[in-house]
Ligand binder design. Structure first.
Ligand code: ZN
Length: 143
């Protein structure tokens, strides 16, 4: 999701919201669990019973395109390595939810990239599986 470090989202905690988490128990040590449960105060672009989507704020250095949002399962799944058959509904929902949000953002026709990193060689820095959706400009083969 970007450079290492746990402070980059901290400013969000200035506006905490009530917890509306309805899925598995959130993991307090995981930033993305806190976002999924609403406890990080991050505005959500989309929410259903299994997943949420949220925007990477303008001006953040790891934002890589005019449209760049993440879709994550509410359940804590560290990465594809830990995915099991029982997660298939939530993991499939990442794609269909991303498509809905992309349509809402007006990039459905122009196109977008869905990507998920697993492990160190791929640059995964948040160990709660997440699907990046990038669009709003021509994306090259490497970004
Ligand atoms: Zn988590």
């Amino acid at each position: 999701m970007g450079p290492p470090g746990r402070l980059r989202w901290r400013y969000y905690s200035a506006s905490p919201r009530a917890c509306y988490h309805r899925g598995a128990l959130p993991n307090d040590d995981c930033l993305l669990c806190r976002i999924a449960s609403g406890r990080a105060g991050v505005p959500l672009l989309y929410e259903d019973d299994l997943v949420v989507a949220f925007d990477i704020p303008e001006g953040q250095p790891w934002r890589q395109a005019p449209v760049h949002f993440l879709v994550i399962p509410k359940e804590h799944i560290p990465s594809a390595r830990e995915a099991e058959a029982r997660h298939e509904l939530a993991l499939g929902r990442l794609v269909t939810a991303a498509a809905k949000v992309a349509k809402g953002m007006g990039i459905s026709e122009s196109g977008y990239r869905l990507a998920s990193n697993t492990g160190d060689d791929a640059g995964q820095t948040e160990f709660h599986i997440h699907l990046h959706c990038l669009g709003g400009r021509k994306l090259g083969p490497k970004g």
